[in-house]
Ligand binder design. Sequence first.
Ligand code: ATP
Ligand code: MG
Length: 447
Amino acid sequence: MQIQCPDYVLTAIKLLENSGYEAYAVGGCVRDSVMGKCPNDWDMTTSALPEQCFEVFKNYKIIPTGIKHGTVTVMIDTHSIEITTMRIDGNYKDNRRPESVEFTDRIAEDLSRRDFTVNAMAYNPERGITDEFGGKNDIKDKIIRCVGNPDKRFKEDALRILRALRFASVLGFDIEKNTSESIIKNKHLLHNIASERIRTELIKLLTGQNAEKILTDYCDVIFEIIPELKPLYGFNQRTEYHIYDIWSHTVKAVAAIENEPELKVVALLHDIGKPEKFTVDENGTGHFKGHPAISAEKSRVILKRLRFPNKSVDKICKIISLHDLRPDGSEKQLKRWCGRYSAEIMLDTFKMMKADSAAQNPVFYNDRMKLYNKCEKITEKIISEKACISIADLKVNGRDISSLGAKGKEIGNALSFLLDCVIDGKICNEREELLNKAKEFISDKNF
Ligand code: ATP
Ligand code: MG
């Protein structure tokens, strides 16, 4: 089987092979090519040692990215390509990383240290695909299977547990029985893994095509990394609005929301505060008053722990705190919300509201979608018209108001009053009208 490698990869392979070394494209790029997909990036492996790579690529920019593990990065035609010397990993410590690595010139040995059969293939244009572990077959059968003994492989590096779920979600594959059983058995080892590595894999899992199935089938693994989600499992909401327990609802909301990483996380965590806020009224109906605020608070703790960037934490928590707002569909209300929270946050909040509806009792779906679509349209109009939605947008400022004789707190009150008048359509955002209205306001206050 021939694979279409980009020219810069062929150049790198040729330069290494002409110097007497073996060189291959390896891992994800071979997997994606066999699947007929366009790879994100091309990684290579070679029998050349890092210092020998420096000699081979002496006419190119080459950076020692991770010399201890044998990785260099070479720039060819504006593309950067990671080249790692074939290696055998030594004993692993703390379920995380090998104590030492040993370089080898046998491709089969390098492939045997890789996580899954579908990721353990190499390609060389002369020699074709090296597939020692049945990767091609597993791609055909859509299966994620560990290379070697799953227990041993997950104990070596517990992140592979989450990587298995990630690849199953992204590729739409099933997980082979022994690998699957071993994932459940060893899930506690994920506690030894750095938060950043967990975050990266979790986001890829959530944005995968099969996230709904994986979150359902492997919820115990997810609860291992975010234990705060566990109380949602099987929680009966006792309200006509819901036909699913909170966890099933959550999973469906994740599947329904637009495929953007931060929004997927919003959907995953939006109801995390519900169990704490659960009350049952005299009719036996469940309520969760105040749950968005608690959900946002708990999410902040989780996202900090998983080391999400502060900007993402703020955005995700803000949308969660607003996801249960009840829009009336009026422009006035939307202008006030856009002024308070920003139009961009409101648009994302409507996306969450739509996903929420898609995961609730379908009886209410059509009416809610109509309302949210209308809100989105109005919000987009507010953005495109650069509508006046905050005090900063008014054509008068504090100095203008103070020159009319207002002092201290009164200035702010007058500006808020003017903004209300403009939003309610009582006056236009024009200097003269605003100043006249401000005069009225100030004199009313003084008598
Ligand atoms: P993507 O398309 O997301 O980049 P990928 O398969 O290239 O997928 P990477 O995380 O970039 O995934 O890893 C590159 C390759 O390195 C993998 O295909 C696999 O062969 C190997 N690999 C990565 N992480 C591990 C690990 N924890 N244990 C064993 N092998 C791994
Ligand atoms: Mg990759």
